[in-house]
Structures are given as C-alpha cells and as structure tokens.
Write a protein of this length. Structure first.
Length: 371
C-alpha cells in the first residue's frame, strides 16, 4: 500500500520524469478468465505507446520491460482487487497489489498519474471492529484489505476476588452474619464488584479504541446488547461520531461475519461523511466562505496554496483527466487531503460543480470562489 506520505514523495520526486503509470483491474468473476487482465493491460499499453514521442520510445520500452519483470510473479490471477505500478526508466518507483478495484489503464507522462490511485487511499484509514461481551471485548483491525485480530480486553475476575476468604469474611461480618453465610450484604458486595469490573472493562476498551483509530479511523461496534451502549457512551465524542453500531456484529460473530460487517459499516460511515462534506462545501461556497466549486476556481485556489481538502468524482476525472491530475498533485504537494466521492455525494457534486470542489484553509478572493 502506498500511503499518503509516500504518494506525496512519489509525486514530488517524479515531477518532471517520464513515468509509466499502470492500473489493473484484478477482480476475477470467472476462474476461466483469471488471466484476462493481461490482455486488457496489453491493450492499454498499446494505446499509451501510440502517444509516445519518438525521442521517448526507448525510455518507454525500458519501463515496459521493468513492468513485465514485476508482473512475471503472477502466473494466473493477480489475487487482489487491483494492481498499481509507477515506473521510470531508472527504477520501479512502486508496484503492488491494492485492496481497491482499479480500472485497467496505462499512461505515459511527465510525472506519475496518481489521480486514479486516490480511491485506494481510503484503505489507509483503519477500521476497528469491536465485539463487546460482558467478560471479553474482542478487537479486530481492518487495514489495507486485511483483518487482524488484536489482543482482547478482558474483564477482571470478580468471582475469584469475591470468594477470597478475607473478602467473604468482610462481607458477612458487616451484616452481623457468619463467615459462610451469604446474606443481602454479600449479594450487594458481589453486585458492586461486578459493576466495578464492568466499568473497568469499558474504560480499558475506550483507551484501546482511541489508541488504535487515532484521529481518522472508523469504528464498527456490536456484541452483547447490555454492553454495547456502555462502550459507545464511553467513547470520546470525536470517536463516537465515527462509530457505527452494526446489528450483524453479534457477540459470537465469526471472522467472515466480522469481515462482512466491517466492510458494510465502513462503507456506510464513509458515505455519510462524504455527504456531510459536500453539504458543507455547497453551503460555504454559496456564502462566499472558505470553499470553491468547479474545476477552474479550485485550480486557482491551489495556485494560492489555499486548498485543505479536495473533493472530486469519477465523472470529473473521466471528463478532464489532465486538469484533475494537476489539481490532485497540487493538493497533495501542499499538504492537502484528496477524497474521491461515490454515490449520492458524487451525484450532488457533479450537478453543482462538474465533480470538483475544495474546502479551503483561508478565504480565496471573490473572483475565485464564485461557482
């Protein structure tokens, strides 16, 4: 996985270097078609070769040879939803499978064509699955397409503590009872210990969750119905806003069920955030605040170094690939964030601003802001 920081370095280092950028759709619906991607890739490379100037053909051939060397390890299907490579005549800058489906494309240009890769950056955001029980809270981290079991949060052993001789003697003596007689006060003491253990379990879970998800990760929560609300209430507001309670994430959920719940939950959280971002973008832009809508105003804002978060849609890239590539690279180089929208959020931005908009660090001049 090429994370945001590494992607920025790639854009910067290969800025004026001829680069072969390759994207491959690695999905296989029919086992008999597991090598079809090679034919589709070859067609894409042939199309790119037509646009290569004569004085760059040798460099293109070198990059093709390097690409084939990388692809030689695949004797059948790629084994992942997608594959991405950025290759210059002197080295393979990046070549790896990715957890996001990619359309099969090839580009020859000065600088890497990274705009299509933006959709893969979403897998850089971790997703934490919490399966909460009264005795154990299981944690799973979904990152870059794989599910990792993390150490569980375990409840304190109340029964052992309560049955300890000193504890039993104290509980019964307080009520005037005998050492081996469990009266009302002993039951109250047991309930108090159980409440303390649950509070400690919830607090320990909150601490672990905060450490794992950081400032951007999603959380999908499920489990025992009495424990889930307590865990949710304990989360900091900034984390709770990124948390989805999923009914399919039951206390005895299997790994495949957890994986399915994480995928669905993360998609729902992502779409909700995208709709919120577009609503904020439209409101700001129409109030002449810190936002731009449309390709030209956004490009001007990038020239001022004002873009904090760039929003774009697949339709925008399909209609203006070169221009969108420039705004994506410009945003990344200035430390901004790039998000590719889907669904209703994408349709709204397509209708409002041809699929491109930006939230700004500071207000841009009126002639730039106006859609």
């Amino acid at each position: 996985m090429l994370g945001t920081d590494a992607l920025v370095s790639l854009v910067r280092d290969a800025h004026d270097v001829v680069t072969l950028s390759v994207y491959v759709d690695g999905r296989v619906a029919d086992p008999a078609m597991r090598t079809r991607w090679r034919t589709e890739l070859q067609n894409a490379l042939d199309a790119a070769r037509v646009e290569v100037p004569p004085f760059e053909r040798e460099a293109f051939l070198i990059c093709e040879t390097r690409l084939e060397s990388v692809l030689s390890r695949f004797d059948g299907a790629i084994g992942a939803p997608g594959f991405v490579a950025f290759i210059t005549p002197d080295q393979v800058r990046f070549a790896a499978t990715v957890a996001t489906p990619m359309p099969t494309m090839a580009f020859w240009s000065r600088g890497a064509r990274v705009a299509p890769y933006v959709r893969a950056l979403e897998h850089e955001r971790p997703v934490l699955a919490i399966v909460a029980g009264s005795r154990e809270v299981r944690l799973y981290k979904w990152h870059t397409g794989s599910l990792e079991r993390l150490p569980s949060v375990l409840a304190h052993d109340v029964k052992s503590e309560f049955e300890a001789p000193d504890r039993a003697r104290t509980a019964n003596t307080a009520s005037g009872g005998h050492r081996n007689v469990r009266g009302a006060t002993a039951a109250d003491e047991l309930r108090r210990l159980q409440d303390e253990a649950m509070a400690r379990l919830v607090a320990d879970t909150e601490s672990r969750v905060t450490d794992v998800v950081g400032t951007s990760g999603w959380v999908v929560l499920g489990g025992t119905k009495d424990v889930v609300p307590r865990v949710l209430a304990a989360l900091p507001r900034s984390v709770a806003e990124r948390t989805l309670v999923h009914p399919g994430l039951r206390s005895k959920a299997t790994v495949p069920q957890i994986r399915a719940a994480v995928n669905e939950g993360a998609a729902r959280l992502r779409h909700a955030r995208e709709q919120q971002l577009v609503a904020e973008l439209v409101e700001r832009a129409h109030k002449n605040a810190r936002a731009t809508i449309g390709l030209a105003p956004t490009r001007s804002a990038i020239e001022l170094g004002a873009v904090e978060e760039l929003l774009l849609t697949p339709a925008a890239w399909a209609a203006h690939p070169a221009d969108v590539e420039r705004v994506v690279s410009g945003t990344l180089l200035q430390g901004g964030v790039v998000a590719q929208l889907d669904g209703e959020a994408a349709r709204t931005l397509d209708a409002q601003g041809d699929g491109v908009g930006a939230l700004l660090r500071f207000p841009a001049p009126p002639q730039i802001r106006v859609p």
